[in-house]
Write a protein of this length. Structure first.
Length: 525
C-alpha cells in the first residue's frame, strides 16, 4: 500500500493524510432499514416516494420565515386532517445548531425517571428510522409503527393528493410521530426541530400546550437554508418561541445573538432562562471507568438563581456517560427545562429524578466508544475506537477539547467522511489546531442512503490540505481506494506499526453521523 509522504509540520510533528474511496454499494442507510426491519418495507417505501431533503439537500432560504421558506400551511392542514394530535399533550420544543439531540435525550430520561410517559421525536437516525420516534426511552417497535401507519395511511394519501404531492418525507414522518404520541397517551413529548425553527415542520405547536421552548446553540450550519448569517439563523431558531411560554437558552451565545433571542422572547411575553449563566458553577471533576458502563465524566451540577444565594439544585458526583464540557452544558440545559416543568406542576421531577435521568443518558454516535468485543468484530483487536458524529466547526471544537482534556497523551488517527454542505476546511482546522494526529484518513459515506450529498474523498483531501497549509506548510500524496472498514483497518495498522510506543492509540471516526452509521451497520452485519 502506498502511503503519503510528509505532509505538514504545523503541529510540531508530521501528519499523514490518506484518501480512501468507498466502493459503490458501501452505503448502508436504505439497506439497513430492510436488514433490521423487513416488516417496515412498505412504511419506508411510502416515505421514500416523497421528497427527501436529507438526501437532496435543503433549498436556499427554505428554513427562513420568508417567501423562500417552507410552507408551514400544508403541515397545519395535515395536522388538522389528523385531528390535531399534537394538541393533546404537553410539548417541549427543542431547536439549536448543536446539542438538541443530547439535550432532548437528557430531558426525556429525567421526565421518565419522574414517572411520566414521554415521547421523543428526533433526527437523523443511525441504523433504523424507528430511532426517530421513541416512547418511554425505547424506539417504537416495528409492529407498533407499522400498525399505526396503516391505520392513518388513507389520511396521509389524501393529504398528499390534496397538497399536489408537495408534502415531504419529513413532514409526513412528523405527522406520524405526533399522531403516534397521542395514541400512546404520552404525558409529555420532547420534539426536536429538524431545520431552524420558524418554518420547520415541527413548528405547528401552539402556545396552549407548549411547556417550554429550548434553543441550545447558534452556529454556522445550514447557512444557505437559514439566510446566510448567524443573525438570520438566530431569527429562524427563535421562531419556536411562543406567546407566554418560557424559553430556555443553552449557550453560551455571542452577546448580539443572545440579544436577538431575548428580543423575540420579549415580543412574545416569554420569560427567559439562560442555562449557561445559572449553571455556571457546574463543573467536570474527572473521568472515571465505571463497571458495566465504561468511561464517565464525574460532574457537579449546580443551578443557581442569580437573586438567591442558595442553589435551586445542587448535585454532586453526577456520572455523565456523555463526555465533554458541551455535554455538561447540555445536561445543565435539560436540568433547567425540567425545573420549568416542575414549576408548571410536574412535581415528580425531583432532584433525584434529575440525577437518575442524566446518568442514564447515552446516545449512539456521540462520544461513543466501541466495546472490546465490537472492535474485535471489526478486526481491530485491542483498539480504542471513538465514534463521534461531529460535523461542524463548533462540534469539532467540542470534540477536540474533550480529547485534549480526557486523553491528552493518546496517539490519534482520524477517519473522516462528511456531507457536501458542511464547512470542510473549518472542521479540519479545528481538529488540527491543538491536536497532533499521526494520520488523517479521508473516506466517503452515503448521506440519507445515497451519494448525492456525500463529499468525495478527493474534495475532502483538498480541504484538509488547505487547512494544513493555513496552519503551516506541507505537501501530500494520494493513496488507494478502500471502504470505510478498510479505512479503520488502515488506521489500526498505522497505530500498531509503531512498536516504540506503549500507547496503543485511538482511532476517531468523525465528520458525520452517517459514517458512524456505516461502522455500526457493519457490526449488525
Amino acid at each position: 500500500m502506498k502511503f503519503f509522504e510528509e505532509l505538514v509540520k504545523s503541529m510540531g510533528q508530521n501528519v499523514k493524510f490518506c484518501v480512501e474511496n468507498v466502493c459503490e454499494g458501501d452505503g448502508h442507510s436504505a439497506a439497513v432499514n430492510w436488514h433490521l426491519d423487513p416488516e417496515l418495507r412498505d412504511f419506508v417505501g411510502f416515505l421514500e416516494s416523497l421528497k427527501n431533503y436529507e438526501k437532496s439537500g435543503v433549498p436556499k432560504g427554505a428554513g427562513t420565515d420568508s417567501d423562500d421558506g417552507f410552507d408551514l400551511g400544508r403541515m397545519k392542514r395535515l395536522m388538522l386532517r389528523l385531528q390535531n394530535p399534537h394538541s393533546k399533550y404537553k410539548v417541549v420544543h427543542v431547536a439549536g445548531t448543536k446539542g438538541k439531540g443530547s439535550t432532548s435525550a437528557f430531558l426525556s430520561n429525567i421526565l421518565r425517571a419522574g414517572g411520566y410517559s414521554v415521547g421523543c421525536y428526533s433526527s437523523p437516525h443511525i441504523l433504523s428510522i424507528k430511532e426517530r420516534i421513541s416512547c418511554n426511552g425505547e424506539p417504537v417497535s416495528a409492529s407498533t409503527l407499522n400498525d399505526h401507519f396503516y391505520s392513518i395511511k388513507p389520511i396521509l394519501e389524501q393529504s398528499i393528493q390534496e397538497e399536489n404531492g408537495s408534502l415531504s418525507h419529513f413532514e409526513i414522518l412528523t405527522g406520524i410521530a405526533f399522531s403516534l404520541f397521542e395514541k400512546e397517551n404520552v404525558d409529555i413529548a420532547v420534539i426536536e426541530a429538524g431545520l431552524g425553527g420558524a418554518r420547520d415542520a415541527t413548528n405547528v405547536i401552539e402556545s396552549s400546550n407548549l411547556a417550554a421552548s429550548v434553543i441550545t446553540t447558534i452556529g454556522e450550519e445550514h447557512m444557505a437554508a437559514l439566510g446566510g448569517s448567524l443573525e438570520s439563523i438566530a431569527e429562524a431558531k427563535s421562531g419556536i418561541i411562543k406567546h407566554g411560554s418560557p424559553v430556555v437558552l443553552g449557550g453560551p451565545f455571542l452577546p448580539h445573538i443572545e440579544g436577538i433571542l431575548r428580543s423575540k422572547a420579549a415580543s412574545m411575553s416569554s420569560s427567559v432562562i439562560l442555562a449557561s449563566n445559572i449553571g455556571s458553577s457546574s463543573s467536570i471533576k474527572g473521568i472515571i471507568n465505571k463497571n458495566g458502563i465504561g468511561l464517565c465524566q464525574s460532574c457537579d451540577i449546580v443551578i443557581q438563581n442569580e437573586k438567591d444565594e442558595k442553589p435551586i439544585v445542587e448535585l454532586s458526583d453526577v456520572n455523565l456517560r456523555m463526555l465533554g464540557h458541551h455535554q455538561l452544558q447540555n445536561a445543565v440545559t435539560a436540568t433547567c427545562v425540567s425545573l420549568c416543568l416542575r414549576d408548571q406542576g410536574c412535581g415528580r421531577v425531583t432532584d433525584e429524578a434529575i440525577r437518575i435521568g442524566l446518568e442514564k443518558t447515552c446516545l449512539v454516535g456521540r462520544s461513543q466508544f466501541l466495546t472490546p468485543k465490537e472492535a474485535e468484530t471489526l478486526q481491530l483487536p485491542g483498539a480504542t475506537v471513538l465514534l463521534d458524529g461531529a460535523h461542524t466547526k463548533e462540534s469539532a471544537r467540542a470534540l477536540k477539547e474533550m480529547i485534549k482534556k480526557d486523553f491528552p497523551e493518546k496517539r490519534l488517527v482520524f477517519v473522516v467522511a462528511m456531507a457536501s454542505d458542511k464547512d470542510h476546511v473549518s472542521f479540519a482546522k479545528e481538529l488540527l489546531t491543538g491536536l497532533k494526529p499521526e494520520a488523517v484518513i479521508l473516506t466517503e459515506a452515503d448521506i440519507g442512503g445515497c451519494k448525492i450529498r456525500s463529499t468525495s474523498s478527493s474534495v475532502l483531501k483538498e480541504s484538509w490540505i488547505k487547512a494544513a497549509d493555513e496552519l503551516g506548510s506541507g505537501s501530500m500524496e494520494a493513496s488507494e481506494n478502500k471502504t470505510v472498514l478498510d479505512s479503520l483497518k488502515l488506521a489500526y495498522k498505522i497505530l500498531s506499526d509503531d512498536t516504540t510506543s506503549s500507547d496503543s492509540g485511538m482511532v476517531i471516526v468523525t465528520g458525520s453521523l452517517h459514517i458512524v452509521s456505516s461502522v455500526l451497520a457493519s457490526l449488525q452485519h
